[in-house]
Design a protein around this ligand. Sequence first.
Ligand code: 5GP
Length: 381
Amino acid sequence: MILNYFRIPLKMSKIKLLDKTFEESISAEKLQNRISELANKINADYKGESFILLGILSGSYRFIADLSRYLEVDVQIEFAKVRSYEGSESSGTIKTYFLPSERLEGKHVLIVEDIVDTGLTLEYLMTNIRAFDVKSIKVVSLLYKPNKYQGSENIDYVGFEIPNDFVVGYGLDYDEKGRTLNSIYKLAKEKNMLNLVLFGPPGAGKGTQSAKLIEKYGLVHLSTGDIFRYNIKNETELGTLAKSYMDKGELVPDEVTINMLAAELDKHENANGFIFDGFPRTSAQASALDELLQSRTTAIDCMLALDVDEEELKNRLLERAKTSGRADDANPEVIQNRINVYNAQTAPVADYYKAKNKFTSIDGIGSIEEIYDRLCKAIDG
Ligand code: 5GP
């Protein structure tokens, strides 16, 4: 089975590296402006002196390259290589791979760091470099996390003070990914949303119950049927594309549907959560929805499936036909077919959520209020 064979649309300011989503926090333009300001200060402070710019690899390779473009003083470029981070956590121990110690002797040294976090690396470098009898030693760091810093060394030039978020880009990596990004991105935080997939055969009371849940929990109802109709009616690019398949009697490809859902999610960025109705219908769609939500730093909490036996469903639909005038409710054969289609479709999707411990079956027999209570209990629990 091919899962996720298409690209999940990401928001412009977000990127995904391995298992994590990051959002832009300092743009390329802001970085460049600030770096040129730092260079101006360094130019003024080191005027008439020759000094060594000591880049700490690997993270500072971009910073030292850009910083040196703006320098108008006599400077020699050297590099040291140390490492203290594994993944997105500091390992607490520092490993030196290379320090050009003898080249620093008797010189003014300006350490160029990409980021100072706990300050352990800086402390370690300063101690090791001071041992080589340097004339002076100063530090420039593009980023600095004041709330994490435990060191006592002074950081002479700071580009940006940032909160305790893990950041990547502009030389900084997450497990060797993201260094070549032109902006700084921070780890996106999981949103506190309630996202439900509501399932139920025709006649199970899905419409009635979802209206009540939406009101109680302040959710946004995302029905793929409604989204299709909206996009087609408004002749959006995706709507026109979807229609071209429908006109040929073909199923709209999942990629088109997911793109439409993405656009709807992005319209309601600050919602308390979503109820997905009519989607996902296959486990490939369920997996694509997971990926889409992950890219928006949220996730499905639970699939709620209303369980109603076939006899009851048929009776309810025939009863509804008396007042609704819906032709598809009035014919027992059509009803049976709709129930069969539902059963065939739901089983694999239910299995998908069961495997993730996110499936709850709700007894759909009883009064509207009784069923509603059961749903609320399942959600609140
Ligand atoms: P410190 O020793 O100050 O805790 O951390 C120094 C090193 O840890 C930095 O030079 C950098 O390599 C890594 N580091 C600290 N914070 C971050 C971060 O938010 N993102 C990334 N990619 N690396 C970090």
